[in-house]
Design a protein around this ligand. Structure first.
Ligand SMILES: *[C@@H]1O[C@H](CO)[C@@H](O)[C@H](O)[C@H]1NC(C)=O
Ligand SMILES: *[C@@H]1O[C@H](CO)[C@@H](O)[C@H](O)[C@H]1NC(C)=O
Ligand SMILES: *[C@@H]1O[C@H](CO)[C@@H](O)[C@H](O)[C@H]1NC(C)=O
Ligand SMILES: *[C@@H]1O[C@H](CO)[C@@H](O)[C@H](O)[C@H]1NC(C)=O
Ligand SMILES: *[C@@H]1O[C@H](CO)[C@@H](O)[C@H](O)[C@H]1NC(C)=O
Ligand SMILES: *[C@@H]1O[C@H](CO)[C@@H](O)[C@H](O)[C@H]1NC(C)=O
Ligand SMILES: *[C@@H]1O[C@H](CO)[C@@H](O)[C@H](O)[C@H]1NC(C)=O
Length: 678
């Protein structure tokens, strides 16, 4: 509406947007002072980028009628009258005097460097005209044609700008493929950020009345870094000189306060037009782009985490590891099922070995046969079942043993953290030195796991001690980016901790890195950037810098240390824990049993007396044996049989006082087991 009222002064005729060209041609009768051929040249030279044209006519239509019709006859694209379509970029202003035109120009968005303006004055133009005030034209490209002369505005990248008079339409400007800034000094800003920029040494310098730290950039070692190299090529190609100031303040890129206000960092410097260009791994995101113009990116990078390396562990239940839980459960179910079968079969089938009529005996024997340790000979009528059972047992035990040996002699490690989900499950925290991230720039907010990363964030600035403890407790992940398969932590302070970290496989996102620039530079920087990318020069500098500057440490993080290292471990106590536990429980159980039976046998007597009794009888027995053997040949003594005889003798004598036959039999067996090897 506002636009309309301003132009209302200038407008006389209201022509619908795409006027029928043939009708208009019929109306133009007068001969124009610019030949068709020359007009074509003017249009070609003036509108290079414009996709369409916004036309403004002065009030006095009859004065410019011929020129206007000539224009629409020649102009090859679409045009609109009395409206502004910002995307068009082309502006044609036609009038008899400069005063009306000057008013109209104030409405043209001239701060954009891609705006193209053509002014035709149907009359004389004095070189003192207000139209030659270059501040009216901002960063745009402009040509002025009048009966008294032709002027063109100097390049927008050279300050100060001025109009200069040319003598032929061929000399009008707009199309500049090769630009030459003729040594103009650009204000640039960056900071120390390997591998992008290694500038570090500074000196003090007054710029626009403010003291600034300016990078000295006096040696090749300083003027290094991938983006620095790219910047130097741009400076050479566009022929500009530079002063690079060091970024002040606590934030590198700054942060968004609200939709119209940005605080700190290089973005604010460019926004306030204090610098013309800034670089240092700036992300090309909608968030940044809403505030400043950014160049075509030169690379895409992945963001990743370094996570603590898995530590070696010794597990008490290590002997259980060869089989999964499912396998163990299946083995247990099979033992029970088979025992039931044997038990029921023994009850029903009289020819089946009688010992299977006890469920407990069955289960013990089946376990014994499964692990191949206990094999009673009598398997009449159950030969087939037991044979199969034992074969299966053999396979299971062999598999178990070989797997166990391999596992126990190699180091066992915690599980690796390789996905965002595992990251969350491991309760890791992460953080960086800048302000709390603007989340859509950092993580995929639509992913259920990645979106939770924001809740694991803790700021680093101001709580370094806490972060250090977290790192020692292996509760902190280091955030960074991967470039050319090398990981760089986003903050330098984490560099020393890297050796205890490894690279998490899943990336958390990716971004494009580009330069922040003033809009008038955009087109030229983009052109050089595209050229650097297409020719592979950007890639060359990337590889070159990486090759020269990357320390061994940064390459280490992709190596895994939790694999087989070629060294076989000696077995400690813990991994064999379950084995020892079984031994101890077994021993304890049999000892308790033994004492319990001694107690039973002793009745009211004390245990000591029982032992004395046994001792006495042993002596008596020995002397009797000795007497017997005295008569026989000494070599023919069978130790085993003598032992057996002795056992039953002792037991019989001990049990002399007990009454029932069955108890005696039972004790006999137990004593045999316990004392057999005396
Ligand atoms: C304007 O033109 C007059 C002659 O036409 C000339 O003397 C004068 O120097 C010019 N001024 C500028 C600023 O070019
Ligand atoms: C140019 O225009 C600006 C604002 O439009 C004004 O401040 C300045 O005085 C003008 N310069 C001349 C030389 O007229
Ligand atoms: C207009 O075009 C003619 C040739 O058609 C050329 O000789 C003449 O120099 C041109 N005029 C200008 C001002 O360029
Ligand atoms: C760069 O600018 C300087 C200073 O104006 C000029 O002397 C030089 O010729 C220019 N270099 C190129 C390659 O155009
Ligand atoms: C940067 O310069 C400062 C002081 O000039 C120095 O202490 C620091 O070590 C330098 N950093 C690097 C990485 O060279
Ligand atoms: C944005 O924040 C600035 C500074 O806090 C404030 O002055 C401004 O009014 C805010 N603008 C909007 C649209 O909220
Ligand atoms: C430059 O940035 C401004 C402000 O964000 C935006 O309006 C303009 O469209 C951008 N220019 C280009 C060429 O993208």
């Amino acid at each position: 509406m506002k636009m309309h009222s301003v132009f209302g002064v200038l407008l006389l005729i209201i022509i619908p947007v795409l006027t029928d060209k043939i009708n208009i041609m019929k109306n133009s009768k007068m001969e124009s002072w610019i030949s068709t051929e020359n007009f074509t040249t003017i249009i070609k030279k003036s509108f290079f980028y414009a996709k369409c044209c916004n036309i403004f006519l002065s009030e006095s239509i009859y004065d410019v009628d011929t020129l206007f019709h000539q224009f629409i006859n020649i102009y090859p694209r679409e045009y609109v009258l009395h409206k502004i379509i910002y995307d068009c970029r082309g502006y044609f202003l036609l009038g008899p005097t400069d005063e009306e035109i000057e008013k109209a120009i104030r409405v043209v968005p001239s701060s954009l460097s891609t705006t193209e303006i053509l002014v035709i004055i149907n009359g004389e133009l004095k070189n003192t005209s207000k139209l030659f005030n270059v501040s009216l034209f901002g960063n745009s490209n402009a040509n002025i044609v009048s009966r008294s002369g032709i002027w063109t505005l100097s390049e927008n990248y050279l300050k100060p700008r001025f109009f200069f008079k040319v003598h032929s339409y061929e000399e009008l400007m707009s199309e500049f493929n090769i630009i030459d800034m003729k040594g103009r000094e650009l204000q640039v800003c960056t900071f120390y950020q390997p591998p992008f920029s290694y500038l570090n040494k500074t000196i003090k310098k007054i710029i626009d009345g403010v003291e600034e730290d300016v990078f000295l950039a006096d040696s090749d070692k300083e003027k290094d870094g991938i983006e620095m190299k790219i910047f130097l090529v741009m400076a050479e190609k566009l022929n500009f000189t530079w002063t690079i100031r060091k970024l002040k303040g606590k934030y590198r890129y700054g942060r968004r306060i609200n939709s119209s206000y940005w605080d700190g960092g290089v973005i604010q410097l460019v926004l306030e037009k204090k610098v013309d260009l800034a670089f240092g791994n700036v992300r090309l995101t909608p968030n940044h782009y809403e505030f400043v113009n950014m160049s075509t990116p030169w690379i895409q990078m992945l963001t990743k985490f370094l996570v603590p390396r898995p530590q070696p562990i010794t597990n008490f239940w290590a002997v259980m590891r060869p089989f999964s839980m499912d396998c163990w459960i299946l083995v247990l179910i099979m033992i029970i099922a088979k025992s039931m079968y044997m038990y029921i079969r023994a009850r029903v089938d009289p020819k089946f070995p009688k010992r299977f009529r006890s469920f407990f005996c069955t289960i013990t024997e089946l376990i014994g046969r499964l692990v191949g340790t206990w094999v009673p000979r009598n398997i009449a009528n159950a030969r087939f079942e037991l044979h199969l059972w034992q074969t299966a047992g053999f396979l299971l035990v062999t598999a178990y043993c070989s797997s166990l040996a391999a596992r126990l002699t190699n180091s066992e490690y915690e599980d690796r953290i390789d996905t965002i989900r595992q990251f969350l499950e491991a309760n890791l925290l992460w953080g960086h030195e800048g302000p709390v991230p603007y989340w859509p720039d950092y993580v995929d907010v639509d992913d259920i796991y990645a979106s939770q990363l924001s809740s694991r964030y803790t700021p680093v600035k101001g709580q370094e001690a806490y972060i250090h403890t977290l790192i020692e407790q292996r509760k902190f992940a280091i955030y960074g980016f991967v470039i050319d398969s090398i990981f760089f932590p986003e903050d330098d302070i984490f560099k020393e901790h890297i050796k205890n970290y490894r690279l998490m496989k899943q990336s958390t996102g990716n971004y494009y890195s580009s330069f922040v620039i003033q809009s008038w530079l955009l087109q030229h920087i983009d052109m050089v950037m595209l050229w650097l990318r297409e020719s592979g020069i950007a890639l060359f500098h990337l590889n070159n810098v990486m090759h020269r500057r990357i320390s061994f440490n940064l390459r280490e993080v992709v190596k895994e240390h939790d694999g087989f290292d070629g060294i076989y471990k000696r077995l400690g106590l813990t991994p064999l824990g379950v084995g020892f536990l079984t031994l101890i429980v077994g021993l304890l159980a049999s000892t308790i049993r033994f004492f319990y039976e001694l107690k039973q046998a002793s009745n009211s007597r004390s245990i000591r007396e029982v032992f004395r009794d046994i001792q006495k009888k042993r002596k008596m027995y020995k002397s009797s044996i000795y007497k017997k053997n005295y008569h026989k040949e000494a070599e023919s003594i069978d130790h085993n049989s003598s032992n057996k005889n002795f056992d039953s003798f002792v037991i019989k004598s001990v049990n002399h006082t007990t009454n029932t036959e069955s108890t005696q039999k039972y004790n006999d067996k137990i004593f045999h087991n316990n004392l057999g090897n005396i």
